[in-house]
Write a protein that binds this ligand. Structure first.
Ligand code: CP
Length: 315
């Protein structure tokens, strides 16, 4: 695996899951693996979990880490070729990626969607340009269209809560005052291809995810019907995909509440965090012992550690 841009880049999803779980049991099993190697972490957007868990994962493998906030600490990057760089963009990605490659052995990048231009977001210009011009492996720490490290961690969390029957898993849209990207939802849906489950996506009309990703997964526009007998409920906001970047509704009808969780089969609650309390989900759901959100955050370390180890083993 040269780069980890999407879950499809993994040589074997199942092997990565097994590795992440074994690293959770013994985080220092490969503590010398990346001795004298450096992981660069480049952020164009804020982060708590991804920044800390990926650094911790790297350190567990023996990496040194360099962290840089590119949104306000680096020169503004130009991604187009052949332009006269007269504006505010002072450095071209060709040089920037090549220079980062001099200091690092692997680089991990976070670059969210603009949500203003669907074609540009789907082209994944930042991630793909780094992958093109860097001479080192590139890891996706959430891009415009995907968050595969979160999805692998979520697979670890699901595997830690087996059910006596094939589980029903519901990914339900939630309200949010800001337009949020589709990355977490997209990667969760892709990860679910590897689960033996009854999987349903619930979202209001106008909020269907990219049909090229959801394919033939059932989509319900009736949240309460979808939640019936669920074993796991994953709540997440995303903005409209068809009316790209728009917020079509702000009412709290789709907020996940304890009353709605009573429709489920005592379901576990999941969310990638950060989460807005009593907007996305009520206090009662988040503070219930069935909430797995902190376990999900913990598993981010071991998902990242597995990806880093797989990358090192294939360089
Ligand atoms: N879930 C997640 O990626 O969290 P951060 O945005 O805090 O990294």
């Amino acid at each position: 695996m040269k780069n980890f841009i999407t879950l499809n880049d993994l040589p074997s999803f199942d092997a990565a899951l097994v590795l992440a779980k074994s690293l959770k049991k013994d985080p220092y099993a490969f503590e010398e693996h990346a001795k004298r190697k450096t992981l660069g972490l480049i952020f164009f957007n804020p982060s708590l979990r991804t920044r800390l868990s990926t650094q911790k994962a790297a350190q567990n493998l023996g990496f040194n880490t360099l962290v840089m906030n590119f949104s306000n600490e680096a020169w503004a990057l130009e991604f187009e070729d052949g332009t006269e760089m007269r504006g505010i963009r002072s450095e071209h990605i060709r040089e920037a990626a090549a220079v980062v490659s001099q200091y690092c052995d692997v680089v991990a990048i976070r670059a969210f969607a603009s949500l203003t231009n669907k074609e540009q977001d789907e082209a994944e210009i930042v991630l793909n340009s780094f992958a093109k011009y860097a001479s080192i492996p590139v890891i996706n720490m959430e891009s415009a269209t995907g968050h595969p490290l979160q999805a692998l961690a979520d697979a670890v969390t699901l595997s830690e809560h087996p059910t006596p029957h094939k589980p029903k898993i519901v990914l339900t849209w939630a309200p949010h005052p800001k337009a949020l990207p589709h990355a977490v939802g997209n990667s969760f849906v892709k990860m679910m291809e590897h689960q033996d489950s009854d999987f349903v996506i619930a979202n209001p009309e106008g909020y269907d995810l990219d049909p090229r990703i959801t394919k033939n997964i059932p989509i319900s526009h009736n949240q309460e019907k979808a939640l019936k007998n669920a074993d796991f409920v994953y709540s997440k906001n995303w903005c409209s995909y068809t009316n790209y970047g728009s917020i079509l509704r702000t009412d709290d009808k789709w907020m996940l509440t304890s009353e709605k969780m009573n429709l489920t089969k005592n379901a576990k609650f999941m969310h990638c965090l950060p989460v807005r309390r009593n907007i996305v989900v009520s206090d009662g759901v988040l503070d219930n012992p069935n909430s797995l959100v902190i376990e999900q955050a913990n598993n981010r370390t071991f998902a990242a550690q597995a990806v880093l180890k797989i990358i090192l083993d294939h360089v």
